[in-house]
Design a protein around this ligand. Sequence first.
Ligand code: ASN
Length: 321
Amino acid sequence: MILILLINLKLMEEISIRETIEPLNRSTLRNALKINGTVRSYFSEFLRNMGYLEIPPVIYSTATDPLNHPVFDTSFEYYGQKYSITKSMIFHKQISVQYLGKIFTFSPNVRLETSDKASTGRHLSEFTQIDIECLNATRDDMISLAENMISGVIAEVKNKNSQDLTDLKRILNQPEKPFVKIRYEDALSQHGKHFEDVLSAKMSDPFWIIDIPVNEREFYDREDPENEGYLMDMDLIYPEGFGEAISGGEREFEIEKILQRVALKGQSPDQFKWFIEAASGGLLPSAGFGIGIERLVRYLCGFPKIEMVTPFPKVPGKRSI
Ligand code: ASN
């Protein structure tokens, strides 16, 4: 792993100041930012109307999402305490809903991805997700909330940003609810290990991948008590080849199970100390998900690359300002 990261570091591409400023001059950026504005206002109002409280983002903390793939380290020490820049607010979400019930946040995440991710068109090393969590909710509750948000925001953008969509020559399909659900194992056996890309390219509406195997995700997504080895989680995939949109699910909430899952990943509970301590007092079940804002805007705009949606993109492996 360290070796792979070193090799990637060596390949880091130079970027000139001119190159970083040039996107500001593109008319497509203005269209994307207007659509970004519609997305943010629509989601905020939608969630507030559903009784969700907005919490401010956490930029650094002692415990962050371990993720399920390697990224460069962002930890630092401050007055003798080790902190990490937020990769996702997963732990803050699960703990805060114990008191606040229903929360959302526009959460900036830093994931220093390896340079191979630059070619996917959907990875940025700095991005924002709208992260949502609800106490005593099930995966089905979250699936229907997410479907309402995605189909609602598409309708809103078609209505409020029709001129931007015309400028971008983007014809957006209004998806039908409920979205199609495909079990992970079925997708894998029918389309091979790149099933996500294959299906994304084939489909014309967003669709769910559900029941993801335990070893494919982080420790915090809940193992299905009736289907051992599989999680009560879900990923939403955009059609037309735009790839992953959402990940989320029900959470492990029993401390014994949380510790078991941490051990299964070969991780140490010390890495998640405050969360484990808070969870040791007993947690109620919750579920939630996150929608990557830049990926959503890219999909709405129909852009080939995610860096086209933001004025100062952090492209994996490229130097940035
Ligand atoms: N937001 C995701 C979730 O709620 C976690 C993540 O971003 N890795 O499950």
